[in-house]
Design a binder for this molecule. Sequence first.
Ligand code: MRU
Length: 356
Amino acid sequence: MKIESKEYRTIWFENNNVKIIDQTKLPHRFEIKDLKTVKDAINAIKIMEVRGAPLIGATAAYGMVLSIIENNDQSYLKKSAIDLINSRPTAINLKWAVDRMLDKLSGVNSENIFDIALNEANKICEEDEKFCESIGINGLKIIEEIYNKKKDTVNILTHCNAGWLATINWGTATSPIYHAHKKGIPIHIWVDETRPRNQGANLTSFELNEENVPNTIIADNTGGILMQRGKIDMCIVGTDRTLANGDVCNKIGTYLKALAANDNNVPFYVALPSPTIDWETKSYKDIPIEERNSDELSYIDGLDENHNIKKILIYPQKSKAMNLAFDITPAKYITALITERGICEASEKGIKKLFK
Ligand code: MRU
């Protein structure tokens, strides 16, 4: 995807450093940052310089490479793996990527362990890019179908950022959007602001602007009335973990949007690459839901009159706040899952048909 007309991936490896786009600075500053140590990678995931399920998986994979550069020792590698997995609890891609790296590297004592690790981390990124592109090609059919019936602009609501910035390229929820836009189908995106960290406003709207996709930011509670007024043709969101029964864990607020969509007969799609499927956890009640610092609610970042980024308090100083980062949308509210292998029902049967 492009920033000021230049093509970028969200993460890459160069001169023994991992290069990331510091997402805590967006949309006001576009800064590339170097991660030099496994601690840097853990910190970048924790404070959300990188975020989004596939991208934190990729960062953790490169974190394992940094661990080898620092100290080529199996017990250090295992400790790094545990620390990386624990850096954020909800997105399953993180554990998936670290386990895949461990599988490749455990017991490898040869001098070329670095090459093996780097090759595997690069492969994880290349695969994610291909998966996201395929999600786009598959999801495009849904948008085309709506356009062929409506013969007018297709209005799509999305929540949080399941975009290019959450993956290596293309995004998951945004990939069908970018494919439709490139094909010349008229689309307009309603972007949920996504409090408290505003990933919709700060990241999704930013990246859609860079690709010239028409979009409008709305407060998180606006989607319901827009659906009642017929202003939303479909919703597409991403996911941090989807159970094999089709229940979807995603950014807080997704569930309420799915309920509103269900009440208004608006199709509600979830886009995901297969590493986001959790094949082991049986019940949504067992998904660890991250609770983040309440300062993310009570303080907000913005540009001051001198164009410096400034943090200000917006809540009463004495008020308590609670910051759960994800919620669960039961499969029954999901029209279908859009994956790299095709579109399927959000159910065990549907998922198993595509992923035997
Ligand atoms: O807390 P974040 O910003 O990491 O949450 C991101 C989301 O909820 C995305 O929808 C999800 O990771 C899917 S990204 C393709």
